[in-house]
Design a protein. Structure first.
Length: 98
């Protein structure tokens, strides 16, 4: 049994430039002395309604060739966590991500 946590999974998924306005946010200046400052994410932010679904889709897409290559290994993923299970520990050690 092997458990893998993909570090910074959400922040590893780039957003298309045309979608930047959908992920915009504003920051107030001190004492409201200046207008709001507007920013937008260039990578998938945490906390957005669709971010978990997008993350799941990207991880599933990245894992699909590995699932085909190692079909005997059970792979379960949820967000940025992956669980690998196989009856044969020696076989488990041959699974490599590239």
């Amino acid at each position: 049994l092997t458990v893998i946590d993909f570090k910074g999974c959400f922040f590893s998924i780039p957003l298309h430039r045309d979608d930047a306005h959908r992920f915009a946010f504003s920051i107030h200046n001190v004492n409201m002395q200046m207008p709001l400052q507007r920013f937008h994410w260039t990578v998938l932010p945490q906390g957005m309604k669709n971010s978990p679904t997008i993350c799941q889709w990207f991880v599933a897409k990245a894992l699909s060739p590995i699932r085909l290559q190692f079909s005997q290994v059970s792979m379960y993923h949820y967000m940025d966590d992956l669980l690998l299970a196989d009856r044969d520990q020696v076989e488990m050690k041959t699974v490599q991500f590239s």
